[in-house]
Design a protein around this ligand. Structure first.
Ligand code: GLU
Length: 475
């Protein structure tokens, strides 16, 4: 698979199964497909809900909400509330049984698929024998050449067969993977494989390749865990005379401890990140660089990320999830997004505390002192809350400064912090940390935080005086 050029109609897709919330791994798959198509073609969303027990409407709606939140619109495919857009639907696999049936029949008619009556137990025994003989486990071909009468008899007995794809003997399947490079598989090593289960359920591999062909998908980027499915899918497509997309299998994401990303080592769902207060732009800037190299290390818009997206910049080795990096992009987002976005990002509780006149200044405080809305709320309470709560260590530090220090501070109180601190310094002889820390603690209750000159302006003289008086009472 190569970087698209303008002559090829470019269509990528995201084909999730709605059996859980979208995590960083599948969000990145969606992102890469969306970036490749952005401004160059169509990004399609197909819902692979063949697992009827685990797929839910709520997960489906959730994944669409996550994609929308990330700013990755799709131009074709399933839409919320059962709707869809496009000419090649339905875009939910659960509604495509009739289509799959047609292609199953075609394979049977071509003698490229046959009913298999082997029980799970029989198959397990063969697998075990093969493994103990050092052979790769593959179907032994027991039902590959049953006579028509034999098949009829078993069916009449009520046996329910699976449908197996007949792999051409001695063939090799070769393809160029967009990330992993040239691939070569021996069909004999694969063996005849199931495309429809005995319970009637369609296999992922079958539906996925049929749909890609019928929906005109040109490029499929997906997790490297699907690499070994690809020769099977290419054989199915070839048998049916369908075109398969160019595949690019992207590396796994490992957790901070080097093992595959899971809940245990840091994986989070997109929903969780949103609830924590991550900006979608931060998540997108982070994920775009997780396994894809960008020379430009600046915070980029999704259009810029799309313009710089190159298949050849996808890495082969596993990417490693690093929460600090994600936070780095969150910080960038905080510094660079417009005021209105920061204001909307604050919690309702925070917005209610900030007086209209202090909005702009508080947005500045939030940008510099918070990564998440919950942290901004702390500063809103410090600056505009009725009372300051001092912890024991703050009280001890105030006591150490002494009553006289706060007498002088009260006498010099001002919203002009430079003048205020200078006057206290002259009056008390305190300087450096001994001067600034008691003032900071008395006015904010925190050892660190926004610049004092900004704080005093926002607090106003009355509050400054009240807090200095309260600090004196601690002594
Ligand atoms: N439903 C499959 C998955 O979520 C899609 C794989 C593919 O992209 O081809 O893994």
């Amino acid at each position: 698979m190569s970087q698209p050029h303008s002559a090829t109609p470019l269509k990528t897709r995201f084909a999730p199964s709605p059996t859980g919330h979208i995590h960083l791994g599948n969000a990145r798959t969606a992102l890469f497909n969306a970036l490749l198509a952005r401004g160059r073609g169509v990004f399609l969303l197909r819902v692979e809900d063949t697992d009827k027990e685990r797929s839910t409407q709520a997960f489906e709606e959730g994944l669409m909400a996550d994609l929308s939140w990330l700013g990755l619109p799709w131009q074709e495919g399933a839409l919320p509330e059962g709707r869809e857009v496009g000419e090649a639907g339905p875009y939910r696999q659960s509604q495509r049984d009739g289509i799959y049936e047609r292609f199953y029949q075609q394979l049977v008619d071509l003698d490229r698929a046959y009913p298999c009556f082997c029980s799970e137990q029989q198959l397990a025994i063969t697998r075990k024998l093969q493994l103990s003989a050092g052979q790769p486990p593959r179907y032994a071909g027991t039902c590959a050449h049953l006579s028509a009468e034999n098949v009829q008899r078993k069916l009449a007995e009520g046996q329910k067969p699976a449908l197996r794809f007949r792999v051409p003997k001695g063939a090799t399947v070769e393809f160029a993977d967009g990330v992993c490079g040239p691939q070569k598989f021996k069909a004999d090593d694969i063996g005849d494989f199931i495309i429809r289960r005995a319970d009637g359920g369609s296999s992922f591999m079958f539906c996925n390749v049929i749909d890609d062909a019928l929906m005109g998908v040109s490029h499929a980027m997906r997790g490297v865990d699907h690499l070994t499915n690809t020769p099977r899918q290419l054989m199915i497509a070839e048998a049916l005379g369908l075109s398969a997309p160019g595949y690019a299998h992207i590396s796994l994401i490992n957790g901070s401890d080097g093992s595959p990303l899971s809940k245990r080592n840091g994986s989070r769902s997109i929903r969780e990140l949103r609830e924590l207060g991550y900006f979608p732009e931060a998540v997108v800037n982070y994920l775009a660089r997780l396994g894809h190299y960008y020379e430009d290390t600046r915070f980029l818009s999704t259009d810029e990320l799309a313009a710089g997206f190159q298949l050849e910049n996808l890495g082969k080795s596993p990417a490693r999830y690093d929460e600090d990096q994600l936070k780095h992009w969150q910080k960038e987002a905080l510094m660079l997004l417009p005021d209105a976005r920061i204001w909307d990002w604050l919690s309702e509780e925070t917005r209610a505390l900030v007086p209209a006149a202090a909005q702009e200044a508080f947005i500045g405080i939030a940008r510099e002192n918070a990564l998440f809305p919950a942290e901004a709320q702390v500063w809103a309470e410090v600056l505009f809350g009725a009372e300051l709560t001092l912890d024991e260590s703050a009280k001890a530090a105030l006591q150490a400064a002494g009553r006289g220090f706060f007498d002088s501070a009260l006498a010099a109180a001002s919203t002009d912090f430079k003048a205020f601190a200078e006057a206290v310094k002259i009056a008390t002889g305190a300087k450096g940390k001994a001067l600034f820390m008691p003032l900071r603690l008395a006015l904010t209750g925190h050892e660190h935080g926004p610049e004092m000159s900004k704080i005093t302006v926002m607090l106003g003289l009355e509050t400054i005086q009240a807090r200095l008086a309260a600090a004196r009472c601690c002594c």
